[in-house]
Design a binder for this molecule. Sequence first.
Ligand code: TXA
Ligand code: MG
Length: 338
Amino acid sequence: MFTGFETIVSEDLSLAKQYLDDGELISIPTETVYGLASNAFNQKAVEKIYDVKRRPKSNPLILHCSRINQLFDFADHIPDEAFYLASSFWPGPLTLLLKKSKKIPNSITGGSPNVAVRIPNHSLTLELLNTLEYPLVAPSANPYNQISPTSSQMVYDYFNGLIPFILDGGKCKSGIESTIINFTSNVPEVLRFGSLTVEMIEKEIGKKVLDKTYVKEVKAPGMSDKHYSPLKPLYITDNIEQFLSVNKGKRTGVLSFTKPTTDNHFTMVLTEKGDFAEAAKNLYECLYILDNSGVEQIVTTFLPNRGLGISINDRLRRASVNYISYNKTKYEHPFAVG
Ligand code: TXA
Ligand code: MG
């Protein structure tokens, strides 16, 4: 829907601040994905985020700030391990879930007594946050359940005419969302795999983190099974060649991890050199381009399930409609569908 005005895409920080001070929504770049940001303490502005994203109000938002000491303002209890992780990885793609302080309005936590906080690692956005008198809330800047944007162009395509301003910070460096660690239970739990690997987190605190990324009762709507989805059906297979030959009659786009072995009219390659970080960086954009390319369906494979491959596989699984195995491959991936 275009409402008649043109969204400004610019690097102008003072304009960005002006819109936020006026209670408007703007899009901000982060190292993971672009966010749709507003003053966390302005309830009307927060409501606009839910409206524009068409996101249920029960789904809470991540608080973004620029100084680690702000944690003491936002959270009631900060376990040593949580603070230690924050000191090690902030600014960066780590989100901590903590017991919220009284200062944090229920409108941003979906009524939950816990709050999610992170310091994003993008120089423009850090500079912006430093000039503001309030923290920002910022979900990914995509309509609910669609592919998260990793460029200002994707945000513009989604929201031109619906938000006044996009702070242009180029292409996101990491490309998938922050890793969410829950510190409100007895043991640390990972609620969302993301750009920071669980291995790195476990190494830093010297203990195992419980995997709670897939639970039958949906704790947070973002953890629901279907997510990050293209509009065209995405299939995951263990044999792309076979899939293409069975689906000869259909225009199929291929999302290939490395150099493709098959000839197909529309193929996007995540990383020529098989580098996981590069694959993560390109994942959403490649999926988005395929989705808008006139193909009828998209096919891909799981990546090796280690390091960032775990996070990428998680996103692929949630974006997919089915897993089709020709080779009877057993995946280590615990949630392989099909
Ligand atoms: O990388 C990121 O984290 C990006 C950038 C923009 O910072 N933001 C992002 O926000 O991914 P969003 O809203 O798209 O995803 C946040 C996830 C959702 O699944 C939400 O349910 C969960 O975090 N979450 C936020 N606050 C929570 C809370 N209080 N309790 C449980 N889950 C929470
Ligand atoms: Mg999101």
